[in-house]
Design a protein around this ligand. Structure first.
Ligand SMILES: [Zn+2]
Length: 259
């Protein structure tokens, strides 16, 4: 296929692309604060940039990025959007379902936002239940530490995510505005790192982080973030997904029903 961005194809080009593969890549993000130095679109922009590179290299159509997600724990920060989670599940399903109508049977969601993961799991299950689609999703902050131990990506708007954003577009990052303070702990033992933890184990605690933190970036401090590191991380993450997409393209679809 000559083009891989669905928004740039005509309907006949898209129809023909779906004869080459039944896999679609969908980048998903959110519009959410990422500290005083990163843009609100950080999660969407990173997911979109990575997805576009994966699509180009793996020859897979890439859908326009889904910029709306679920972000209940940061919604007090000005400019942050959060969809009602049930609505988000229906919208994301319906978005993918449009492509099922035109031949898609596999999806690879490139996720840029941690708050989306529960919904993505449900939507991938729904697409399998209803249409027998094989759907995978992954996120850079989980993939990269498995590729390189020193890439401890457990931050939100911190060293690693800010570097990723700089790797996508350094002009949108204003390091002179970067601040870092730890999130106030809930108690002596219950503290926030990348999510709430107790004794080093994750403890889901659905509260608005704005109540206990004033700048919005958490985890690794952002200082020293740089575009070169971001570009290396993006390259490694993209190559991981190019290989994954190639496997997914040829994976055998399941029979929808045993009877
Ligand atoms: Zn983020």
């Amino acid at each position: 296929m000559e083009k891989t961005l669905i928004e740039e194809m005509s309907w006949t080009e898209f129809r023909d692309a779906m004869k080459e593969t039944d896999l679609i890549i969908i980048p998903v993000g959110v519009i959410e604060e990422h500290g005083c130095h990163n843009p609100l679109g950080t999660d969407t922009l990173i997911a979109e940039a990575c997805a576009r590179l994966v699509g180009e290299r793996a020859k897979v159509p890439v859908a326009p990025a889904m910029p709306f997600g679920y972000s209940a724990n940061l919604v007090s920060f000005p400019g942050t959007n959060s969809l009602d989670p049930e609505l988000y599940r229906r919208v994301l399903f319906s978005y993918a379902e449009s492509y099922v109508r035109h031949g898609a049977r596999r999806f690879l969601f490139i996720n840029g936002h941690g708050g989306n993961t529960n919904t993505l799991g449900l939507v991938c299950g729904d697409l399998f239940d209803k249409y027998g689609c094989i759907c995978l999703f992954n996120q850079w902050w989980e993939v990269l530490p498995s590729l390189r131990k020193d890439w401890d990506c457990a931050d939100h708007g911190g060293h690693f995510e800010t570097s990723m954003m700089m790797g996508v577009n350094p002009e949108l990052v204003h390091m002179e505005r970067a601040r870092a303070t730890p999130v106030n702990p809930l108690s002596a033992g219950i503290e926030y790192k990348h999510g709430w933890q107790y004794g080093g184990a994750p403890i889901p605690l659905p509260v608005d982080v704005y109540k206990v933190h004033k700048y919005g970036n958490v985890g690794n401090p952002p200082f020293g973030a740089n575009a070169e590191l971001g570009r290396q991380m993006i390259e490694a993450y993209v190559e991981f997904n190019v290989a994954l997409a190639s496997e997914l393209k040829i994976a055998e679809l399941f029979e929808k029903s045993l009877v």
